[in-house]
Write a protein that binds this ligand. Structure first.
Ligand code: S3P
Length: 169
């Protein structure tokens, strides 16, 4: 398959780990948008947020999406907020098929509990409430995927098998 396989979904749904597994199994290149942003900037995402703010991070994210979507045959893991930009979503859709990973807010809470890694969740507000609010705001973007999988009770290998079966990969 020449098209990209793009993983979208909220923080903590396992996009990066699954993306690596899928790329290995399918013999494709793997690109993680967050990792690319960090490599290009030479600092971590929490540092980008702290030093320059979210708006600047979103600009870097847009630039990374533009570059990566020129390429084909990749597995791409996006950041949880990448697709809330309509142009990012369109470019990703035009470049391949979109798979959305989901899980329960409580599970996301457990998986993203450590502070200092996900700046959008590190406010002083109730963390679970923030997760639920962002999930509902972003639902309209996540729901545009070609295929959605609830990962709550599944291992990465099972999820990978399901995706490969669905798209006949
Ligand atoms: C973000 C998700 C993060 C990262 C940044 C912002 C978001 O990616 O891009 O911290 O707005 O949901 P992960 O989904 O890989 O954690």
């Amino acid at each position: 398959m020449k098209n990209n396989l793009v993983l979208i979904g909220f923080m903590g749904t396992g996009k990066t780990s699954l993306g690596k597994l899928l790329a290995e199994k399918l013999g494709r290149g793997f690109v993680d948008i967050d990792q690319k942003i960090e490599q290009d900037a030479g600092i971590t995402i929490p540092q980008i947020f702290e030093m320059y703010g979210e708006k600047y991070f979103r600009e870097l994210e847009k630039k990374a999406v533009k570059e990566i979507t020129q390429r084909r045959g990749l597995v791409i893991a996006t950041g949880g907020g990448t697709v809330k930009d309509e142009e990012n979503l369109r470019l990703l859709k035009d470049s391949g098929v979109i798979v959305c990973l989901t899980t329960e807010p409580e599970e996301i809470f457990r998986r993203t509990e450590r502070r200092g890694e996900r700046p959008v969740l590190d406010s002083d507000e109730d963390r679970l409430a923030t997760i639920k609010k962002l999930l509902s705001e972003r639902q309209k973007f996540y729901s545009q995927a070609d295929y959605t999988i609830d990962t709550t009770d599944w291992s990465p290998l099972q999820i990978m098998g399901d995706i490969c079966k669905h798209f006949r990969l």
